[in-house]
Design a protein around this ligand. Sequence first.
Ligand code: NAP
Length: 457
Amino acid sequence: MADQLISVDPTNGETIASYNSYDEATVSKALIQARKAFEIWKAMSLKERGTVLKNIAAELRRQKEKLAKLATKEMGKPIQSSREEVEKCAKTLEYYAKEGPKFLADEIVKTDAKKSYVSFQPLGVVLAVMPWNFPYWQVFRAMAPALTAGNTMVLKHASNVSGCALAMENVIKKAKAPKGLFQTLLLPSSKVEALINDPAIAAVTFTGSTVAGSKIAEAAGRNLKKQVLELGGSDAYVVLEDVDVDAAAELCKNGRLLNSGQSCVAAKRFVVVKHVLKEFEKLMTKKMEASPFGDPMDTKNKIGPLARVDLREKLHDQVTKSIELGAKLLCGGYIPEGTGAFYPPTVLTNVKKGMPAYDEELFGPVAAIIEAKNETDAIRIANDSIYGLGGCILSKNKARAEKLAATQMDAGNCFVNAIVHSDARLPFGGVKHSGYGRELGIFGIREFVNIKTVFVQ
Ligand code: NAP
């Protein structure tokens, strides 16, 4: 019997739909189609590809409300943030449609040849293995540059968002794209390795946990296939002694509650200099406690349920263990009564090395406050993590904060007085166990290309 991929509404625990996973023959047919589409797509000009990208953007906007409701239903994010996510995907497609020709133009290099230059050629079919937390954005931010460069794509999405995965395939079908340009493969994670082994797959892009990322890297490495890995994070927000503490706590609260706390670049650790610690704890707790959580279809709620009950169990376990090891609970930290995967905004302080709240990624609305003696100690603590995805420095002295962000923080995305976020124009990615390679901007489009030297004498 085929594996079942089941979508469950995390707001009430009800099953939305159950999908049969694809059998080998269906997968094989899809891969043949993706290769055929590649031959057609790569022969099209960048302008022609750009027109298809713009058609996809228009179709996304036409279907925005339907897509937004589906995402909120399948993984619980607040409805307004689902709408914004669809819009961000459309804008990113338009960005690459416009900038693609510039990013992929031949680059002349003067040598002793009559003519020598660098040409950017597509690789083939890119396999995308993606997580549920931004069910559209994660896919489109990898897809937009990969397709612009002339590749085609097959998607293995997270098993709890199969509806979103099929909806994206449908959007692309409606956008007058070559048949097979982008296809969804409904598969459990146990079938990913076989997919990576398949000669039809040229490269792999993965976004998800560090554990799964290392398995993907192993399989792709064994097959000598190019890979980009966007993995977990435990971003530190460093609060220096000269901040306006209320404004700092407001920004930190908003950074923590992003996507109900389930974002790779959500603020997770708050490294606060002793001088302002007590004040920060008080204000952060007040603001977190005042953040409404509940039905994600109701726009007054900025926080929905977590995406699955098992993810809530894991988070609660990390909170409980941290408390057992000496962390102090300032608010939240309990499993609410009733159905759904809800978890309240939670603040832990006195967090120290050796506790899950210090060492691990907390994927939900839990703030971990860590005391630092001074600026040097704060940077040491911020960098004392296996992760290196993002980070933020909060200070009234922008020059001082910028220097720390640019030269001292070990992370791929370092912000000053602003919440870490992705932007199509800027590269996005991590160091250490947060992965390698970059998405977005010019760096993202150059990941899945053959950077070819052409030498003419
Ligand atoms: P996950 O468990 O790693 O799942 C991500 C994807 O990988 C899903 O499609 C999943 O399929 C598949 N998968 C899981 N185990 C696999 C394995 N052993 N081999 C092959 N594929 C496997 O991650 P998640 O819990 O869905 O997402 C949360 C994590 O993603 C967090 O750590 C977060 O920080 C990270 N993330 C990182 C970024 C970034 O840009 N750096 C962005 C978003 C999220 P199934 O659903 O079928 O298991």
